[in-house]
Each structure stands twice: as structure tokens, then as C-alpha cells.
Design a protein around this ligand. Structure first.
Ligand SMILES: [Zn+2]
Length: 135
């Protein structure tokens, strides 16, 4: 039997005793119990949110360990510890810890002069991707 059912049973017994003062005290306790249950639910939700935030931050820490900064841009290290692939937007990473690859602007046959972040729309002087080194 849960706390709510137990409480209903106590209220029923107290009503039969016909003691107004006792009945008021029981109702006060009922209100307090409901307030505590609401507070517990709110705290449980807060704990769930904090655990989710901890998971996010742990993922950022893991990802950060795989990055290297070269000339102001961040590259992911491959399994050999070598920077590889397209650079990440320094603004998105440094401000929001959001890894967003920046992309070259223009057609492949045209001169490549700029790179752009698809998230924050920052533009940069063209930054070439890093290719894996052959062994
Ligand atoms: Zn960006």
C-alpha cells in the first residue's frame, strides 16, 4: 500500500472518531505530504537534467581530447594522432563547444578563396582539409 492509500485510510478513521482538531491536523499533514511529493518530483526532474548535462560535458571533454588547433582552426586527430579531415569552425567550438565543419565556398573549378561555417555563417580565408598521410 502506498503513502496515498495509507493516508486515505487514516483520514477515514479520523472522520469516524469525529474529532475536528485531529481532522484539521490530518488535513494539514495531507497538504504538507502533497507539497513534499511535488517537490520530490521537481527535484527528480532537476537531477535528470543535471545528469544529461554531465553526459553532454563528458562528451565535450572526450571530443576535445581528439582535437588539435592549427593556425586558429581545430582538426580532429585520427587514430594515429594525426590531424585529419575538414577543420571545425573556431567560433562555434570556442563559444558553444559545438563542432561544426567549415566548408569551402564556390565551385571546385573556381579559385577557392573562402571557407564558411554552415552554422554561424562565419567566413574564413580558405582552409584546406587535412588528408591522411600515406604510410
Ligand atoms: Zn561556426
Amino acid at each position: 500500500m502506498g503513502i496515498y492509500e495509507n493516508f486515505k485510510e487514516v483520514v477515514s478513521i479520523v472522520q469516524k472518531l469525529d474529532n475536528i482538531e485531529l481532522y484539521r491536523k490530518i488535513l494539514d499533514l495531507q497538504g504538507e505530504a502533497q507539497r513534499l511529493m511535488s517537490e520530490t518530483l521537481r527535484k527528480d526532474d532537476e537531477i535528470r537534467q543535471l545528469h544529461a548535462r554531465i553526459d553532454e560535458l563528458e562528451e565535450v571533454v572526450r571530443f576535445k581530447a581528439k582535437l588539435v588547433e592549427i593556425n586558429g582552426f581545430y582538426f580532429e586527430l585520427d587514430q594515429s594522432g594525426i590531424p585529419n579531415g575538414h577543420p571545425f569552425c573556431p567560433k562555434c567550438w570556442e563559444v558553444n563547444r559545438t563542432p561544426v565543419h567549415i566548408h569551402q565556398m564556390g565551385h571546385l573549378l573556381q579559385e577557392r578563396t573562402k571557407s564558411v561555417c554552415p552554422n554561424c555563417k562565419s567566413t574564413f580565408k580558405f582552409v584546406a582539409q587535412r588528408k591522411p598521410q600515406s604510410t
